[in-house]
Design a protein around this ligand. Structure first.
Ligand code: ADP
Length: 263
């Protein structure tokens, strides 16, 4: 009978499987395992130095990792695991193809200062990926509209506020039509009064089903926007679950004391 067959659960978009990484003698990621389904928003929280940014950077192979494996849509990230157990770095072309699917936005927006806002969005799809300017321009204008900056399209980054620059950086990452967006403390460098406008943009992207992994210290935001929250400390994943479980019923003592500081 059909109800004896378990419903098919779609494979997660991102699988992080027992990932370990060291910087020299220092082990900064220890057997971290996490999954992110398409449409999910995973927030990584935890004390400074716990490995959140490093983990995020491993997901688009800005950092290599020595143990475990990360896959995106079934494709391993950066590393090929050979049948005899050895590991081999993938080719530059394979790594570039992966990065085209994974957008990343940093704490410091890193916009190109000599290009206007619209050119900041169109330059990578056109010059790096050889797409025709017409459709890319249309896509870019729609994204600028979405982050509320269509009227600034001919401004240069230096003419914009920090919050506006960060919204441009988010639109730029989306112009590549990534399957996954990584956001690394994107509000940490902003004046407090500019944080809200950037968080609002991210919240609207989440509502539209954009899959994201977010490193943040904004606990109220993480609670509101995430489908799941992962707490890290000293390179380990300590606890993960729904925002309700993590914020209202944390199990681990470490997480409880971390939360105390945000109440
Ligand atoms: P978090 O994002 O949780 O603050 P990070 O991932 O930035 O933590 O850092 C985790 C640990 O890795 C820290 O001890 C940090 O000093 C170390 N680390 C990060 N990047 C480097 C690097 N490029 N070289 C050496 N150590 C690093």
């Amino acid at each position: 009978m059909s109800d004896l067959i378990p419903p098919a659960t779609p494979a997660p978009l991102v699988v992080i499987d027992r990932v370990g990484k060291s910087f020299g003698p220092v082990e900064v990621l220890k057997e971290v395992s996490l999954t992110v389904a398409a449409g999910d928003v995973l927030s990584l929280i935890g004390p400074s130095g716990s490995g959140k940014t490093t983990l995020l950077r491993c997901v688009n192979y800005l950092e290599t990792y020595e143990r475990g494996l990360i896959t995106i849509a079934g494709e391993s990230v950066g590393i090929e695991q050979l049948p005899d157990g050895r590991r081999r770095r993938k080719s530059d072309r394979q790594i570039a193809a992966l990065r085209a699917q994974v957008g990343m936005v940093f704490q410091h927006y890193n916009l190109f200062p000599h290009l206007d806002v619209l050119e900041n969005l169109t330059v990578a799809p056109c010059r790096v990926h050889g797409e025709a300017l017409g459709p890319v321009r249309e896509r870019a204008l729609a994204l600028l509209e979405r982050v509320g900056l269509a009227d600034k399209r001919h401004r240069y980054p230096s003419e914009l506020s920090g919050g506006q620059q960060q919204r441009v950086a988010i639109a730029r990452a989306l112009t590549m039509q990534p399957r996954l967006l990584l956001l690394d403390e994107v509000t940490s460098a902003l004046d407090p009064e500019l944080v809200g406008e950037v968080l609002d943009v991210i919240t609207s992207l989440a509502a539209d089903g954009i899959t994201m992994m977010i490193v943040t210290h904004e606990m109220a935001f993480a609670r509101e926007v995430s489908t799941s929250v992962a707490f890290m400390a000293e390179g380990r994943l300590i606890e993960n679950g729904t925002p309700e479980a993590i914020f209202e019923a944390p199990h681990h003592e470490r997480l409880r004391s971390f939360m105390q500081r945000y109440r």
